[in-house]
Design a protein around this ligand. Structure first.
Ligand SMILES: Nc1ncnc2c1ncn2[C@@H]1O[C@H](COP(=O)(O)OP(=O)(O)O)[C@@H](O)[C@H]1O
Ligand SMILES: [Mg+2]
Length: 246
């Protein structure tokens, strides 16, 4: 099977430091991939490389078998590879549904704006339901709880209809209960939409609920890769996480 998103030998240097040091990975269409690793492992650098926010010193990145590491940022996003903070951030003074509608219209050319309005509205409504925000549609965004706000942000990127969505610690600051809810929702959304998700996370309970395969980074390299049970039992991984309780 051809990978939807593939990284080959990515090296990114910061001065003498190799933040990623030859990272290769292949993500299948519809896969939910979690990337874990201790602080400084190179997770965020890898994300920035995949989305074009950083350029690799060595290696290449392919989407649908075509190189994207040479493309401008907006072109990478236009091809459907999107990270959470690429959409306009939440406007605190307008309602939840208005925020999502704006995000849904975000990628539209000006000339298409009027014609496709109804379509935007339908998509916005469906996305609200997917993240259980439909009961909060008329709430002013600035009045949401932290967890609700995080869900709104996810809904806003989804409204832009990405094919591959990258999330860097999407449950940061959420309660255990909210984290579980978001994991369940993301799983369902990925299945329903055939969406491919790449998620950097620390929360191991979240990863267990969500990831098909896990990639473990350590000192800029892929230390291990596989299904959760395999990763948890891997002695190398356990050593890296010593004391952190993987
Ligand atoms: N812009 C930068 N300039 C210099 N060093 C950086 C920069 N970004 C990250 N690093 C370094 O690269 C390594 C990997 O960082 P990062 O990708 O943020 O790791 P993680 O997200 O896994 O915690 C760290 O040692 C970090 O200090
Ligand atoms: Mg990071």
């Amino acid at each position: 099977m051809t990978a939807l998103l593939e990284a080959r030998g990515l090296v990114k240097r910061f001065g003498g430091l190799r933040a990623t040091d030859g990272v290769s990975l292949a993500i299948e269409p519809g896969e939910v991939r979690c990337v874990i690793g201790p602080n400084g492992a190179g997770k965020t650098t890898l994300f920035n490389l995949l989305t074009g926010h950083l350029r690799p010193d060595e290696g290449e990145i392919l989407l649908d078998g075509e190189r994207i590491d040479v493309l401008p940022l907006h072109e990478i996003a236009r091809r459907g590879l999107v990270r959470k903070y690429q959409v306009p951030s939440v406007l605190p003074d307008v309602s939840v549904s208005e925020n999502i509608r704006l995000a849904a219209a975000g990628r539209r050319r000006l000339s298409d704006l009027l014609r496709e309005r109804a379509d935007d509205r339908d998509r916005a409504e469906a996305t609200l339901e997917e993240l259980a925000l439909d009961g909060l549609a008329d709430r002013i965004a600035g009045q949401l709880s932290h967890g609700e706000l995080q869900r709104l942000e996810i809904a806003m990127v989804l409204a832009a209809q990405p094919r591959v969505l990258l999330l860097d610690e999407p449950t940061a600051g959420m309660t255990v209960e909210e984290t579980g809810r978001v994991a369940t929702m993301l799983r369902a959304i990925a299945e329903r939409r055939g969406l491919t998700l790449v998620i950097v996370e620390h929360d191991i309970a979240f990863i267990k609920m969500l990831g098909d395969r896990i990639t473990v980074l350590h000192e800029g390299r892929v230390l291990a890769e596989g299904p959760h049970a395999e990763i948890e039992a891997d002695p190398l991984v356990r050593r890296v996480y010593l004391g952190e309780g993987l």
